[in-house]
Design a protein around this ligand. Sequence first.
Ligand code: C5P
Length: 227
Amino acid sequence: MKKITIAVDGYSSTGKSTIAKQLAKALEYVYVDTGAMYRAVTLFAMQGGFIDADTFKVQAFLKVLPTIRLKFVYNEALGFAEMHLNGKNVEKEIRTMEVSRLVSKIAAISEVRQLLVAQQQKMGKDKGIVMDGRDIGTVVFPDAELKLFMTASPEKRATRRYKELLERGDKVQYEEVLKNVQERDHIDSTRKDSPLTKATDAIVFDNSDMGLDEQFDRVYDYAKRII
Ligand code: C5P
């Protein structure tokens, strides 16, 4: 079977990772969640005391940035790879609201993007990959054979994310989640370096009123037409 590169970009909490994971499984491709990498760098900055709600010691942070080690480790039982930061599984910690509040500030830094984009390009050099993020079809793999751009109303997205957080036991308010989704979209779309934008050749996929099965069938069909 022909191996291609599939880029899944879009706004926060549009279900990119769910669909990308399903697609990778069905095609026996590698799945990479690039948001997890930006989240892990954010956790690293938080743990080092370089960033909190009020302060951001950018220069000091950039000095230690090259020491960071990120690795996806496949978890057989879960059926997907978990993020490890400097040898420690941080999959749960990177999904908290605290990290969500700060991640877009970290992701706007060019040095961070250069480091992570290089790693992402290496992971996808042999194709046979589904990668989700914000700049995959525009910057990481501009030549990807299939590009999807996912969107849904902010309220639908916040509701999904709110349910996910509650299921994980996080005590959050819906309003807070909605605000975070909107803030991240704003920072991600307006930053100077690789802003979130639809690649000209991406297929727009609005899943506000679409169930998971229908989404998967459509996306799988797009992929099969190329492969
Ligand atoms: O995908 P997720 O919502 O986990 O991503 C968290 C944040 O990481 C995004 O809001 C964005 O700021 C950043 N990100 C990015 N580029 C990517 C993936 C994520 O800037 N390719």
